[in-house]
Design a protein around this ligand. Structure first.
Ligand code: URA
Length: 236
């Protein structure tokens, strides 16, 4: 079973508390382990077996966080950006934690589902070009999309000399469609349509590996994934 220092545990579970603040709180006797105040920050605890409280309230243990964010336009998918707001800045206090990062990138003007986690292994499996995880997008186009494009996309088109994996295109309206990709190349959807002299005027990611963006999340809002959603991502 995993063991770790008490100060590290407190700081890792509560984003607003730095390691040095955790040490101070422990020395002041504000932290208890299994009902008894523990004043040594270096005390080894088992996050799974021990009950830790701060100010008398349990510090719930989560090894990893998995967050669904409905990304608005104008925000970048990175952990830091000197100029623009990042997806991490949008997270509410209760969903902040050190080590979080967006698992995959959407363009600054693309909206919709961004997965934010601190689970590097799961992120790697979702992002690895070898895993071919399906991602679905709702697309609005400047011009109507002829049905012949469906076969071109599903046949695995060539884009700037590079062969793409087959993509599933469903035409929803004159200028609206749903596109499912199993890879994520730079500006891929915009480039796919621009090769037909068309232009993407609105792009929204609606699902990742079969997990749908929650329709109750407004742009800019986030929530934790349910256990079922996490296992859908893990087992895909
Ligand atoms: N394809 C794009 O062109 N942009 C995105 O953000 C995602 C897919």
């Amino acid at each position: 079973m995993e063991v770790q220092r008490l100060d590290r545990f407190i700081a890792s579970q509560l984003s607003e508390i730095s390691r040095s603040a955790a040490r101070e709180l422990i020395r002041r006797g504000e932290v208890s382990v299994n009902g008894a105040a523990e004043r040594s920050p270096e005390k080894k605890i088992s996050p799974e077996a021990d009950e830790i409280t701060l100010f008398g309230k349990p510090v719930g243990y989560k090894k990893h966080l998995y967050i669904m964010l409905n990304k608005p336009s104008g925000v970048v998918c990175s952990t830091r950006d000197g100029l623009s707001e990042t997806v991490l800045n949008l997270l509410p206090e209760g969903l902040r934690r050190k080590g979080l990062f967006p698992a995959g990138r959407l363009d600054k003007d693309t909206v919709g589902f961004v997965l934010i986690t601190d689970d590097g292994e799961l992120a790697h499996r979702i992002l690895s070009p070898k895993s071919h995880v399906e991602k679905t997008y709702f697309v609005k186009l400047r011009d109507p999309c002829p049905p012949s494009v469906i076969d071109v996309f599903s046949g695995g088109m060539t884009l700037d000399g590079e062969r793409l994996l087959p993509a599933r295109l469903e035409i929803l309206g004159e200028r609206e469609c749903r596109l499912t990709l199993r890879e994520g190349k730079y500006h891929q959807i915009k480039r796919m349509f621009s090769s037909f002299e068309n232009e993407v005027v609105y792009l929204k990611r609606t699902s990742i590996a079969g997990v749908e963006l929650d329709p109750d999340l407004f742009e800019g809002q986030a929530r934790e994934l349910t256990a079922e959603e996490v296992s859908a991502l893990e087992t895909r």
